[in-house]
Design a protein around this ligand. Sequence first.
Ligand code: G3H
Length: 188
Amino acid sequence: EKIVYISRHGQSEMNVKDIIGGNGYLSPSGVEYSEKLGDYIANNIDTENTRFVTSSMNRTRQTAMLAGVSPEQNEDLDEIDAGDFDGLSYGEVKCRFPSEYEARKDDKLNYRYPNGESYVDLLKRTRLALNSVDFENCDNFLIIHQAVARCLIAIMLGLSDDKVPQMEIPLHTVIKIQGSEITYQKLL
Ligand code: G3H
């Protein structure tokens, strides 16, 4: 059975400031993780028979570049679109748009950001991305985003949609999925 590896991008500048979305680059800690990811790949991955894929966003591409791999890009793997709230911090949303903040807290799966996406939307988009992943002929190594990883893992393991928005996807950790087995290896 082919293996699917999933890693979030290294910590980004936005993660540090608790900002939603954006298209920023990595923090110093994110850079350090990416280098460790490069060591992990060199020591554990059969790179000849592995397809590396990132989203189209700067932080996933920078992670792959620093890890020394040249990936394909798939914009269906881009992070959930926060629409009008892209670039705001969670605290700002809570303070300036309290009813939106509460609505998302009450039903994170169905809540759609103004002019953006919901997790239900994202599940649809990531299903498309998954269809384009070759599970037959090679292993796949995806460098992606938290919300996208939640969706993909739920789809692959057959979890119910209501589990998706709260799933824990640790930063700086390689997640390995083979059949129904999932393992986590923290690198930093
Ligand atoms: O910026 C997007 C985050 O990775 C997703 O986090 O859906 O838990 O707010 P959230």
